[in-house]
Ligand binder design. Sequence first.
Ligand code: TYD
Length: 178
Amino acid sequence: MSVSKLTPPVATPTVRRPVERHRHPGGRRSTDREGGQPTGATGCRLIDLPRVNDPRGNLTFVESSDTIPFAIERVYYLYDVPGGESRGGHAHRQLEQFVIAAAGSFEVLVNDGLHTERFFLNRSYYGLHIPRMVWREIDEFSSGSVCLVMASHHYDEGDYYRDYDEFFAAAGAPDSAA
Ligand code: TYD
C-alpha cells in the first residue's frame, strides 16, 4: 500500500483573524444604544476571537493579555444548567472576566450602576469582556450549553458584591475602587 493511501492529503486550515471578521449585530442586544460600537455604555465589549477553519473541525484560541485585555489566572465553566435557571447575580471589585458560549447559548445582563445592556452569546468564536465593577446575571441557557469564563484573578469571595444595593452605592461613589 502506498504512503499516499495511508495518509490522505490534509486540507490546509484557513486562519481567520479577528480583523477579518464582521461584528455580530445579531448576537448583541443593548437596551441603551444601537449596535456597532466596540464598547457599550457599561464598558462591556464583545471581542472576536481568531478562527482556524479546518475541514476536520474549527479551532479558536485565546491568548492571555493579547486576544483579551488581561492576563488569565483562572478558568471555570458553567454546565448542566437546568432550564429556567440563572447564574451570576453579583459584581466584582477588581476581577475582570471574559465569557464565551463554548456550547449552546445564553444571555448576559450587565449593569454598571447606571446603564444596562443585554448580550446574547451563541458562538464559540467571540466572547464578552466584563470589566470590574459590573453587575452581571446570566440566564436563558439553552439545553446543553456551556458558559466558559476566563478570569483575571483566582477565586476570592472578598472580591464579590453579592448585594445589589451595596454594589450600586459603591458604583456611584467617586472612588469605586474600594
Ligand atoms: P459564583 O461565582 O457565585 O457562581 P456564578 O456566578 O457562576 O453563579 O460561585 C458559586 C460557588 O462556587 C461559590 O460558592 C464559590 C464557588 N466557586 C469557587 O470555589 N471557585 C470559583 O472559581 C468560582 C467561580 C466559584
